[in-house]
Design a protein. Sequence first.
Length: 508
Amino acid sequence: MGKPTGFLEFARREPGYRSGEERVHDWRAVERPPMAAEMQEQAARCMDCGVPFCHGCGCPLGNVIPEWNDRVYRGRWREALDLLLETNPFPEFTGRICPALCEGSCVLGLNREPVAIRSIELAIIERGFAEGWMTPQPPSERRRERVAVIGSGPAGLAAAQALNRRGFSVTVFDAARRPGGILRYGIPEFKLEKSVVARRVSLMEAEGVRFENGVVAGEDVSIKFLQDRFHAICLAGGAREPRDLQVPGRELRGIRFAMDYLRQQNCRLDGERIPDAEQIRAEGKRVVVIGGGDTGADCLGTALRQGAASVLQIEILPEPPPTRSPDTPWPAWPLQRRDSSSHKEGGTRRWGISPKEFLGRDGGVVALRAVEVTWKIGPNGRPAMEERPGSGFEVPAELILLAMGFVGPRKGRILDDLGVQRDSRGNVTKDANNMTSVPGVFAAGDMARGASLVVRAMADGLATAGGMERYLDAVEAAHPAVGARAMVARKHVGLNVAAVGAAEEGER
Ligand SMILES: Cc1cc2nc3c(=O)[nH]c(=O)nc-3n(C[C@H](O)[C@H](O)[C@H](O)COP(=O)(O)OP(=O)(O)OC[C@H]3O[C@@H](n4cnc5c(N)ncnc54)[C@H](O)[C@@H]3O)c2cc1C
Ligand code: SF4
């Protein structure tokens, strides 16, 4: 424990944000970088509790938070970095955009503000980059097996990095032009600058990971090609099928999915030319964002930067309490109202609003008709919604963004062609070793757990890499003469072993 009285002496302080008036005119990161001296003081607030709930039940990666807090307080940044990297493959992402589940279960949070864990984490990793400590870590020896990772979001990147460092030859395929998944194409630049993603991808390339972008697995490369060429496959394609809102007027022009809108802005900032007919822009428009979550908040911040005339964000659920709800006692993740940086920049929010109809003129949307709703516990003990009589209203809008979450993996050939089992929501099911119903094919991230968080996708990627290594070790150990690839092909997926051999010959 760095300083036994630290939590009594110092109040929680965070790096904070650039002023709203300034930041809304640019796309740069809204959050200020953490200052080393301030973070050392903040680390001194950690009490090094006997049972550190932050790492035991808060952080999905199991980050050893009290240990690195101690090192930061003592100015031993290099040791803090080594400890952090033992569990967290990409602290530069979580340090910026993790909701900090750890802070929800920090013991200090019982009667004071929790330790500013996320900001300290960011300070450690950025110190690592600034000092030149973040060098490529290629494996000392290469194994003979090749692994394909489909999808380069946080789950795929985490799996790829771990497998490559264990000596496997890893190729990451992604349909998008650049690696990163939602980190690259969903989350706006002002929350996560894309240079941060590119910096990590460069490190991984230097370690030997191969990225094949602009390739749709299952279409541009067939399943047979992948199974012939790779000893194991990790599916990390995310869960981006958006929830739609089927109310009258849905067909009108100007009603778009949030992810299409956010993706386009990220592409625009990357210099991609968007054809005029496909442009989704908020400039001068009255915008309604349907959905009160993070994606909706990202749309709000993006629309403000594009010069929207007004932005209203609506949510069907009631407004959460301002502080931890008694239904989610410590150390659970607290249900409470959260205002993102975008909410502090402008726009209006309303809760308990149910959309009823889109109104249009000449084929384009001009307004949303909605009604207020209240929530009560129904006879079955579950919350039930009731419309408030006479509360109907109309909001003028030329752009409506649907940000109501995701219902499962996007439709595409890969899952059908592979024939992997899926649950009732369409998510890929897997066993305790993270293998799908198709031997040698594994799954990680949102594609298996449903839409979630970056930190969980990363934790999944690491766990899946471990499962793949165990599997390949077992295959190799059982059949050393034949080799893992041929055994996977012959025993399990029914591939033509001759074709596998030919592929290997071709590569030599
Ligand atoms: C707008 C938005 C903002 C968010 N903000 C946050 C946040 O601030 N903090 C947070 O913790 N979480 C946030 N999330 C959630 C988080 O981004 C996701 O949970 C996480 O990215 C899931 O990671 P993943 O690797 O499973 O999938 P994804 O990041 O979705 O990546 C999947 C990748 O697979 C590729 N792919 C899919 N199918 C194929 C195929 N057949 N062939 C080739 N490539 C394929 C896709 O192109 C994509 O690049 C946000 C989500 C959204 C939508
Ligand atoms: S990854 Fe997220 S939950 Fe884990 S320590 Fe960092 S901020 Fe906390």
